[in-house]
Design a protein around this ligand. Structure first.
Ligand SMILES: Nc1nc2c(ncn2[C@@H]2O[C@H](COP(=O)(O)OP(=O)(O)OP(=O)(O)O)[C@@H](O)[C@H]2O)c(=O)[nH]1
Ligand SMILES: [Mg+2]
Length: 456
C-alpha cells in the first residue's frame, strides 16, 4: 500500500481569481527537487532553509511561464513539518494554473482539501482541535471569533483537555495498581479520592461546556432583535447602529414589513441586528405576516432591544411588547429624546436597563453600546480564558466525558466496586481524546479535513 504521506503534494494556496500574487505550495520529501525541475535561477537544493529566491518558472518545453519568488523552507520548521516550497507568482488565473501544472508534471501530486493541515496533524505538529482552529481562523467573520480561534490554534483548549486527561490517566494508573496488587501495602487510594478527582474533572469539563453557550454568539454574532410597536423608530435605530441607510424610514406606521438583517460590531462585540415589523394587531394581510416574523425573531434572539417612543408615552401596545420580552436579555430604549420625553425610568422595574436615546441626533447611542457590552460580556469571557467552545464536535465529546465521570461518582455513591467504575473513566478518556485526536476514528479525521479548502 502506498503511504500517502510519502507523496509530495502541491496546490494553489491563494483564492481563485485574479490578485496581486498567487502562491503555489509544495510539501513533501521531494519538494525542493520538484521545484528545481521547474525553476530557473540559483539551484534551490543548495538553498539555506527559510530563504527566498528570484527566478523563472519554465514549462516542460523550457518556455517561461512566469517571473517568480520562491521560498524554501526545510523540515521540520514548517507548517507540515515536511520540506516545503512556496512559489509566489503573478496573481492571474491562467498563470497560476500553469505554474501548478508545471509542478505536477515535474512529479508532485495534487493535494486534497486540507491535506497540508492534515499532514501537520499526522506529523504531530498540531493536534486535531488545533487543526480545526485553522478552519475557524479562515472562516472567522468577526474579530472575537478570530481571536478565539487563534488562541485555540495556540493550544489553549488542547492544554486544558490534556491537563484533565493527565489527571484521569494518573487516577487510572493508581486504581490499576490497587486492582493488580490488592494485598500489597502500596500508596492508598480511597473511593473518596476517586470520587473527588472525577468530580473535579467533571467540573472543569462543565466550564468548557457552559462556554459553548457563548460559542455560537462568538462565531456567528449575537442575534439581536429590535422590536416595538409601529413608528417608534426601530428602523432609524438600525440605521444609526449600522451607520448607513439600510432600512426604509417613514412616518407611516407599518413601514417595515419584512425582517432586515445587518451585521455590526459594537465595542468589539459582533451583533446580527434584525429590524422587524412593528408588533400590533392588524387586518393588513402583508403586515400580519411581518408581525408574525417579528415574534419569531424575538423568540430566537439572544438579545432584544425594545423600542418605545418616549415622546408619546407608554400605551397598551408597548406594554404588550414589554411583557412579551420579560424573560429575555433585553435593553429598553426610550427613543426620540430630542423631543420632550413623557416616559421615565420610573415606569419600569429596577432590574430593567432603560436608556433614553435619539436615533435622529445620535444622543444616547454610546450608552446603548456600553449596555450591550455590559450585558453580553463576551469580551470578558474571551479574554478570561480564551477557551470558548465553538465547535459542536467538541461539545458533544465534552458532554460524553462529563456524563461518564458523573456516572463514576454516582456508582461509587451506590457502593459499586472501583474496578467496575474504571470502565467509565476509560470512556471519559476516550471522549476527551476525540477532541485532540488521540482516540478519534480515521473517518472522522477525514471528514474534518474534507471541510478545508484545497491548498490549506
Ligand atoms: N424626532 C425624532 N424622530 C424620530 C426619531 N427616530 C425616528 N424618528 C421618526 O419616527 C418615524 C418612524 O421611524 P421608523 O424608524 O420608520 O420607525 P419604525 O419603528 O421602524 O416604524 P415601522 O417600521 O413602521 O414599525 C420617522 O418619521 C422617523 O423620522 C428620533 O430619535 N427623533
Ligand atoms: Mg421600520
Amino acid at each position: 500500500m502506498i503511504n500517502l504521506t510519502d507523496r509530495t503534494i502541491a496546490a494553489i494556496a491563494t483564492p481563485q481569481g485574479t490578485g496581486g500574487i498567487s502562491v503555489i505550495r509544495i510539501s513533501g520529501a521531494d519538494a525542493v527537487a520538484i521545484a528545481d525541475r521547474v525553476f530557473s535561477g540559483k539551484p534551490l537544493r543548495d538553498a539555506v532553509s527559510h530563504t527566498i529566491h528570484y527566478g523563472f518558472i519554465k514549462d516542460s518545453n523550457g518556455d517561461t511561464i512566469d517571473e517568480v519568488l520562491v521560498s524554501v523552507m526545510l523540515a521540520p520548521k514548517t507548517f507540515t513539518r515536511e520540506d516545503t516550497v512556496e512559489i509566489s507568482c503573478h496573481g492571474g488565473t491562467v498563470v497560476t494554473q500553469n505554474v501548478l501544472r508545471a509542478v505536477i508534471e515535474a512529479g508532485a501530486y495534487m493535494a486534497e482539501p486540507g491535506e497540508f493541515t492534515k499532514r501537520a496533524f499526522c506529523n504531530g505538529r498540531i493536534d486535531l482541535s488545533q487543526a480545526e482552529a485553522v478552519i475557524d481562523i479562515i472562516n472567522a467573520k468577526n474579530e472575537l471569533s478570530q481571536r478565539n480561534a487563534i488562541s485555540q490554534l495556540g493550544g489553549t483548549l488542547s492544554r486544558e483537555i490534556k491537563s484533565v486527561r493527565d489527571e484521569l490517566v494518573h487516577l487510572c494508573a493508581k486504581m490499576q495498581v490497587l486492582i493488580d496488587y490488592p494485598d500489597e501495602d502500596l500508596e492508598d487510594i480511597t473511593e473518596d479520592d476517586i470520587k473527588n478527582v472525577c468530580r473535579e474533572c467533571a467540573d472543569r469539563i462543565e466550564k468548557l461546556i457552559v462556554s459553548s453557550d457563548n460559542g455560537r454568539m462568538v462565531r456567528d454574532g449575537i442575534r439581536t432583535a429590535i422590536v416595538g410597536k409601529p413608528n417608534v423608530g426601530k428602523s432609524s435605530i438600525l440605521n444609526c447602529l449600522a451607520q448607513e441607510e439600510r432600512a426604509i424610514v417613514t412616518d407611516i406606521a407599518g413601514t417595515t414589513r419584512d425582517v432586515i438583517e445587518e451585521s455590526v460590531t459594537i465595542k468589539g462585540i459582533p451583533l446580527v441586528l434584525s429590524d422587524t415589523a412593528g408588533i400590533r394587531e392588524t387586518d393588513d394581510a402583508v403586515e400580519k405576516i411581518g408581525v408574525e416574523k417579528s415574534r419569531q425573531h424575538l423568540d430566537s434572539a439572544d438579545l432584544v432591544i425594545v423600542v418605545i417612543d418616549g415622546a408619546r408615552g407608554i400605551d397598551d401596545e408597548d406594554r404588550e411588547v414589554i411583557s412579551a420580552t420579560t424573560d429575555k436579555r433585553r435593553i429598553i430604549l426610550l427613543n426620540k429624546s430630542d423631543i420632550d420625553t413623557k416616559v421615565g425610568s420610573s415606569d419600569f422595574s429596577d432590574n430593567d436597563i432603560v436608556i433614553e436615546i435619539s436615533a435622529k441626533t445620535g444622543e444616547g447611542i454610546d450608552k446603548l453600546a456600553n449596555a450591550i457590552e455590559e450585558l453580553c460580556k463576551l469580551n470578558d469571557i474571551a479574554s478570561e480564558n480564551g477557551r470558548i467552545i465553538t465547535n459542536m464536535r467538541h461539545k458533544t465529546a465534552l458532554i460524553g466525558a462529563r456524563d461518564a465521570l458523573v456516572r463514576v461518582a454516582d456508582a461509587l455513591d451506590m457502593g459499586m466496586p472501583s474496578d467496575i467504575v474504571s470502565i467509565d473513566i476509560a470512556q471519559a478518556l476516550d471522549s476527551l481524546g476525540e477532541i485532540t485526536g488521540e482516540t478519534v476514528s480515521e473517518s472522522i479525521v477525514d471528514d474534518i479535513f474534507h471541510n478545508f479548502c484545497v491548498g490549506k
